[in-house]
Each structure stands twice: as structure tokens, then as C-alpha cells.
Ligand binder design. Structure first.
Ligand SMILES: Cc1cc2nc3c(=O)[nH]c(=O)nc-3n(C[C@H](O)[C@H](O)[C@H](O)COP(=O)(O)O)c2cc1C
Length: 300
């Protein structure tokens, strides 16, 4: 384990550790406007949702390497309204282009080739190409360096822009037949360290069932908990069950003959039965058949 005190490094050195290990981060593609009506569009991955009543999004433009506030922040100090557009795979290269350091007043909708659509409740326009756009009113801007001795903005200081969503727009193409959002269709991208991004498409998505009040890994019999075959994810699924199956159920499962091939293999091939059972249980867990996995593990 490598242990680092951030105080021992320059801020931009510690930044490299954080940026590669805290992610993938969603990207706020923020459309803002200055008091003269000049529009700006820039991506920010120091971003997430923080509540839904009221619906609240926060993103953070940092002080740039020259010690200056970014145009987005300057605009927000003049006009406290923003449209946060999400970024998906078909638009990620253009969104990256919009992050270049254009002069203040340059419209990145035009530079990056996006279509500006007038908003309903705020002055900055939204991005037509984005699968979801949130019109927001800025409630507060917090300087993350405000508690320091000097309170001076230095490169890397963040300004948390706390935004309340007042209107939202979603492309029809991301909805399923039941009227819900089809997660794979949104095709979101996430930001990581260096030049790396991730893509939440069909191949990358997987579901993790929400436990009720699981028994917990500490309640799993030690021979199973310390298995060399079962991983932490396997134990997480097993520990998410409310209780162990009853002896009657385990006996009935064994009597059904479903494990006979393993018992035969152990006997004739001199294999270690617990290992065979753990391997079968692991396969069942991969198929999300958690109850069958438990019955298999206890059948030994
Ligand atoms: C995907 C992506 C995510 C970014 N995230 C941030 C961020 O969270 N905070 C930040 O200050 N800059 C971030 N940047 C850099 C800004 O987009 C860049 O500094 C931009 O020029 C700011 O534009 P502005 O000065 O017009 O506001 C990011 C760039 C990319 C490509």
C-alpha cells in the first residue's frame, strides 16, 4: 500500500492520483451566458447530482493554471443560470473540442459544432445533441479555498456551483416501451485520468440487486467465507441473502440429484468435494442464482 499525505506533494501532483482513482466521473456540459449575451459551452467532470428534492446538481470549475477564473465561472457570477447537458458517446469528441481554451466571448456551440436550442426558464441555450439537458438556477457558489489562511484563489481551487434544476429535456430515443429510461440507450461517457474515458454501453453495464437487510458476510460459515475459490463479489451476493436456507431445503436439494455429478466426480476422481461445490456455486452466482448457490455450498 502506498500512503500519501497530500500536504507532502504539490497540488497538481496529488491531482494526478485523484483524477485516475475517483471516477468514472459524469460530465456536465455547461452552457452559460454573460451579461452581454455571449454564450459559452464547456465540459466539467467535477460533477454529480446531490439531491432530488429539490433536484440539485453541483459542478466545479477550478482556477486555471494561470491563476484565472474560467469563463464559465465568470459568466455565472454575472448571470446565475446554466444548462447542464449530459455527454454521451456520439458527442464526446466534440465536447472535448469545446474544452479548448478559446478566448472569452467565443461561442463553443459554434466551435464544436453543436446546435443551440433556446431554453424555457433560463437564458443560456441547451445542446440539441445531448440526450438530457437540465435548465438550472444557480443557488450558491462555494470557493473550496475559502477556509485557508489567505483565502486566495490558486490553481486547482474549485468553485462548487450549486444548481437547482427548474426544467429538463430528454430525447425520445432514450426511453423504453414502458416509458422509463433505457440505460444502455443513454450511452453515457465518464471521465477518468489522463486522456481516458469510459463508455456505459451495453457491454459495460451490469446490474447489482439491492439487498433487503442481508445477513452480512460475517454470518457466512467460515469454510465458505474463507474459500480460495469464492471472491469478494461472490461473498457479497451470498451475504445479501436474508437468511441461510433451512436444513430441510438443503437436504431436498441434495436428494433431487442435481449435485450427483459432483459427488461422483469427488468419489471416482478423488477430487476435493468442497472445491467442486464452491466452483459450482460460483457459476450459479455468475448467473445470479443465489439461492441455488447457497443450497450447493451447504450440501457438502
Ligand atoms: C471531459 C472534460 C472534463 C473537464 N472537467 C473539468 C472540471 O471538472 N473542472 C474544470 O475546471 N475544468 C474541467 N475541464 C477543463 C475545462 O473544460 C476547460 O478548462 C475549459 O477551457 C473551460 O472553459 P471556460 O474557460 O470557457 O469555462 C474538463 C475538460 C474535459 C475535456
Amino acid at each position: 500500500m502506498i500512503t500519501i499525505n497530500p500536504a507532502d506533494l504539490k497540488p497538481n501532483e496529488f491531482y494526478r492520483y485523484m483524477i485516475s482513482t475517483i471516477g468514472p466521473r459524469p460530465i456536465a456540459f455547461a452552457s452559460t451566458i454573460d451579461s452581454e449575451g455571449n454564450v459559452n459551452l464547456s465540459p466539467f467532470s467535477f460533477f454529480n447530482m446531490f439531491s432530488y428534492n429539490p433536484p440539485t446538481l453541483i459542478f466545479a470549475p477550478t482556477i486555471n493554471r494561470h491563476g484565472h477564473k474560467k469563463h464559465t465561472l465568470l459568466n455565472l457570477e454575472e448571470v446565475g443560470e446554466v444548462v447542464i447537458n449530459v455527454v454521451n458517446y456520439p458527442m464526446v469528441e466534440q465536447a472535448s473540442l469545446a474544452s479548448a481554451e478559446f478566448e472569452r466571448g467565443v461561442n463553443e456551440f459554434e466551435k464544436a459544432g453543436f446546435t443551440a436550442v433556446p431554453s424555457e426558464r433560463v437564458r443560456p441555450p441547451r445542446v440539441a445533441e445531448s440526450p438530457a439537458s437540465y435548465e438550472c438556477v444557480v443557488r450558491q457558489i462555494i470557493n473550496t479555498n475559502s477556509q485557508s489562511d489567505n483565502g486566495i484563489d490558486t490553481p486547482g481551487t474549485g468553485h462548487l456551483v450549486i444548481c437547482e434544476v427548474v426544467m429538463a429535456h430528454f430525447q425520445e430515443s432514450i426511453f423504453n416501451a414502458n416509458g422509463g429510461i433505457d440505460q444502455a440507450s443513454v450511452d453515457l461517457v465518464g471521465r477518468l485520468g489522463g486522456d481516458w474515458y469510459s463508455r456505459a454501453n451495453v457491454d459495460a453495464l451490469f446490474a447489482v440487486g439491492r439487498p433487503q437487510m442481508g445477513m452480512g458476510i460475517d454470518q457466512i460459515p467460515s469454510a465458505i467465507r474463507n474459500s480460495a475459490i469464492l471472491t469478494g463479489n461472490d461473498l457479497g451476493k451470498l451475504g445479501s441473502c436474508v437468511s441461510l436456507p433451512t436444513t430441510e431445503k438443503v437436504n431436498a436439494y441434495r436428494a433431487s440429484g442435481i449435485l450427483n455429478d459432483l459427488f461422483d466426480e469427488a468419489r471416482k476422481g478423488c477430487q476435493y468435494l468442497p472445491d467442486l461445490l464452491h466452483l459450482r456455486a460460483k457459476q450459479l452466482l455468475t448467473e445470479n442464482k443465489v439461492k441455488d448457490a447457497w443450497l450447493t455450498l451447504l450440501a457438502g
